[in-house]
Design a binder for this molecule. Structure first.
Ligand code: ADE
Ligand code: ZN
Length: 348
């Protein structure tokens, strides 16, 4: 099927189709899937105190004004993760949610520096997450992979140390990313780290243009040589960059509910996802930190489609883009595309 051959889908059937259609999730911080209930359970299990009286009290704190106001709470929440079993349990809970949303493939970001700084060993983090990924494959039929993210508010030297620490587990992660506080920490700060990762054959992605300027997207492409841009919504302010992203089919992993909750847009109706798609960019829809932003991947699809008036054709394109942008072989992508077409035919 091509986007042009999409059958007519009645508007009231679109939400059910968006939930049912097979999709790949390419932008999910696994620590951002930690629900308040699990934070409290792990806090008790590990004897790690958290400065909130109850699940409700913690949830009430999820009123963010920008990226940094979120990151402060997100790093505090992650402090309850101590054992490999904790990391497994967190990722397993995500995979159960992902199955409910018909995610067939997920590439999970993890932030090892958040944990190693507290004395948790790199092997503990990676082994726990890897075990959940294996289990998702065997018990849920979901394929997955891990992407190690460097915290950009920390130094280049700390990123190099983190990479060295992770190398004994090189077979358990497929790539590296760059996250945390964007403004003031441009991609070029990590150009030499990314050059080393390239020689190791790792896939390369980076957050750019979430809150930061379009220049950060350019330098992520030119200096880090990334294959995908995480967020990238600020590209809309740079027509020449938009043309380049479309021409080179650089995927953007867009996260609508994240952008809403972190006040990148005042309302979902003002989100630029449709404009990015109309300009021919390889846009995908993802959840970023679903436990904090009020929805998992299917909620992101349903809410942004309703708020911005996406057509069935555009919804098909978003799912097809998620497969195209994933780090798997072409035959696997073709199989998922067939599943996607069969799903649309069923709803048509
Ligand atoms: N870490 C977790 N979520 C993030 C986001 N939306 N931007 C930057 N770093 C993050
Ligand atoms: Zn992110």
């Amino acid at each position: 099927m091509t986007a042009a051959a999409i059958p007519h889908i009645p508007a009231d059937r679109l939400p059910a189709l968006l939930r049912a259609m097979p999709k790949a999730e390419l932008h999910i911080h696994i620590e951002g899937s930690l629900e308040p209930e699990l934070i409290f359970e792990l806090s008790r299990r590990n004897g790690v105190a958290i400065p909130y009286a109850s699940v409700e009290d913690l949830r009430r704190a999820y009123a963010f004004t920008d990226l940094q106001s979120f990151l402060d709470i997100y790093y505090a929440g992650a402090s309850v993760l101590v054992t490999a079993q904790d990391f497994h349990d967190m990722a397993w809970a995500y995979f159960l949610r992902a199955r409910a949303d018909n995610v067939v493939h997920a590439e999970l970001f993890f932030d090892p520096q958040t944990h190693t700084a507290r004395g948790v060993a790199m092997g503990t983090v990676i082994d726990g997450l890897h075990r959940a990924c294996e289990r998702a494959r065997s018990e849920l039929g979901i394929s997955s992979a891990l992407i190690l993210c460097f915290l950009r508010h920390l130094s280049e030297a700390e990123a190099f140390d983190t990479l060295e620490e992770a190398l004994p587990y090189r077979d358990k992660f497929i790539g590296v990313g760059l996250d945390s506080s964007e403004v003031g920490h441009p991609p070029e700060k990590f150009a030499r780290v990314y050059a080393r990762c390239r020689t190791l054959g790792l896939h390369l992605v980076a957050h750019a243009g979430e809150e930061g300027p379009p220049t950060y997207i350019r330098t992520a492409l030119d200096l880090l040589q990334v294959e995908r841009i995480d967020h990238g919504v600020q590209a809309i302010h740079d027509p020449e960059l938009m043309q380049r992203l479309a021409r080179e089919r650089i995927p953007l992993t867009v996260c609508p509910l994240s952008n809403l909750k972190l006040c990148v847009y005042p309302s979902l109706a003002q989100h630029q996802l449709k404009a990015l798609l109309d300009a021919g960019l390889a846009v995908t829809v993802n959840s970023d930190d679903p436990a904090y932003f009020g929805g998992y991947i299917a909620d992101n699809f349903v809410e942004v489609a309703a708020a911005t008036g996406l057509s069935a054709q555009q919804c098909w394109q978003l799912a097809a883009n998620s497969f195209e942008a994933s780090f798997v072989d072409e035959a696997t992508k073709a199989g998922w595309r067939d599943q996607l077409d069969a799903c649309f035919a069923r709803f048509g």
